[in-house]
Design a protein around this ligand. Structure first.
Ligand code: FAD
Length: 449
């Protein structure tokens, strides 16, 4: 097996597990992390960006989009890595709930990093600002700079050469905004959920919140505690669910916004309207790789990152450039682990990848299939119901065990409960047999928190 010198960008869950798998395979790893600590998304900060919609490319970027009240939307058994279960800490410290608060998820990642000695390979407060092909052989030139406040230098970039680069920079930081006719003349305020932390600033306001995914569901309920009215607009609501929400006297569901008007009114597609103070966009995020200098060999088009073989390798640059963590509507941590193992094995030569032509053909087949089904490009990395099949395919490539049956079942059950009872699903009992199966499995791993 050949040991490569590998740069990993980001020390969130993806970068940490990538570093572990690469080191297990015998590679020499440097993880670049622009923040002062590991954990990525899970490092909550009350700080927000000065531009509440994130339009200004030169704005100081705040990485995490967590809000203060956030609890995980997956049960801890399902969420954890395959061989390092997300159990409550043995010493009783922390948050033992099955759907814990965000601090517990960060503590878990910190324990993971400590357990596998990962922090020794992370260079904190070093931001990657350039990744391009080096003159020398097939190598990569990686340019980093110290972020202000960090221990050294500041300002200018430092160039280093690596055999391979693994991109783990996350994709919940760059806001995607709903297009609303008339918005330029509308006099109210707008904010994206990336900059939402607590409900207090919404006290007594009439809020229009756009979106229906997990954070829209949580944030609308958070805000309803203090706002005068919350009007949730989404493309995906069924008409029979519209109207005032049970359990609330100040929250309504609407179809999508039709138009925003100069007099402050916001009209919806069913003809209903409100006079609103603020529009809150819970409309998701964009993939963003401002450091990539790959001359269009890999690019982002309508939120499709491509071309990528199995969402990981650009065929022309494989295995020397790879991405961990692009798929969405998935259980992230275990999937990062499968992808990382595959990358580590491909880099050492233990796992053979198909030829560039074969990989391109596979990508083209996926694109044709999505087109034939009328699925827009921006859904390319939405794996949802095929995520476990995808994980199992990756597991076969690297000789790992496939996804556990209990994990698949518990995931489906948790999704069902979340949709049916968004207020209370986190504290409901679940099938005890599934929990026991998970714990029997966890007992096989000697490393425990
Ligand atoms: P991130 O955690 O975003 O980490 C990326 C890292 O890269 C960051 O540390 C960042 O500072 C660093 N970085 C970025 N650019 C550079 C650069 N140029 N140079 C150096 N470093 C850089 N998942 C779950 O499993 N359960 C949940 O309940 C859950 N809830 C969520 C709720 C919200 C509101 C959000 C936004 C996400 C949620 N997720 C949840 C998904 C979550 O993002 C993933 O679990 C996971 O943390 C993503 O890990 P990552 O390493 O891919 O990205």
């Amino acid at each position: 097996m050949v040991s490569q010198h590998v740069a990993v960008i980001g020390a969130g869950a993806a970068g940490l597990v990538a570093a572990r798998e690469l080191r297990r395979e015998g590679h020499r790893v440097v993880v670049f992390e622009r923040e002062p600590r590991a954990g990525g998304t899970w490092v909550y900060t009350p700080a927000t960006e000065p531009d509440p919609l994130g339009f200004d490319p030169s704005r100081p970027v705040v990485h995490s989009s967590l809000y203060k009240s956030l609890r995980t939307n997956l049960p801890r058994e399902v969420m954890g890595f395959g061989d390092y279960p997300f159990l409550p800490r043995a010493d009783g410290s922390g948050d033992p709930r099955r759907y814990p608060g965000h601090e517990e998820a960060l503590a878990y990642l910190e324990d993971f990093a400590r357990e596998f000695g990962l922090e020794e390979v992370v260079r904190f407060e070093e931001e990657i600002v350039g990744v391009g092909k080096a003159e020398e052989g097939g190598k990569w030139k990686v340019t980093s700079r110290m972020r202000s406040g960090g221990g050294g230098g500041g300002g200018g970039g430092e160039e280093e050469v690596f055999d391979a680069v693994v991109v783990c920079n996350g994709h919940y930081t760059e806001p995607r905004i709903a297009e609303i006719p008339g918005i330029d003349l509308w006099p109210g305020q707008q904010i994206h959920s990336h900059n939402y932390r607590t409900p207090e600033p919404f006290q007594d306001l009439v809020v229009v919140l756009i979106g229906s995914a997990a954070s829209a569901v949580d944030v609308s309920r958070d805000i309803a505690k203090v706002a005068k009215e919350v009007h949730v607009a989404s493309r995906s609501y069924e008409y029979d669910t519209l109207g005032m929400q049970s359990g609330y006297d100040n929250m309504w569901l609407h179809p999508m916004i039709e138009k925003a008007h100069a007099d402050g009114k916001v009209t919806f597609l069913d003809g209903s309207y409100v006079g609103a103070d603020i529009i809150l966009h819970c409309t998701g995020y964009k993939y963003h790789f401002p450091f990539l200098e790959t001359n269009g060999i890999v690019s982002v088009d309508d939120n499709r990152v491509g071309p990528l073989y199995k969402h990981v390798f650009p065929p022309h640059l494989s295995p020397w450039l790879s991405f961990v963590g692009l798929p969405w509507k998935v259980v992230p941590f275990p999937q990062f682990e499968y992808q990382s193992r595959w990358i580590a094995g491909a880099l050492s030569g233990r796992i053979a990848l198909p030829s560039e032509e074969e990989m391109m053909e596979d990508v083209e087949d996926l694109y044709s299939e999505l087109k034939a089904l009328g699925i827009p490009k921006r859904y390319t990395h939405n794996l949802a119901s095929s995520q476990f099949e995808y994980n199992d395919w990756l597991a076969i490539q690297s000789g790992s065990r496939p996804s556990e049956e209990w994990r698949k079942e518990m995931y489906s059950e948790s999704m069902r409960k979340m949709r049916a009872r968004p207020e209370v699903y986190r504290d409901e009992e679940i099938d005890e047999t599934l929990i026991s199966e998970a714990h029997e499995d966890f007992a096989k791993f000697p490393l425990r928190r």
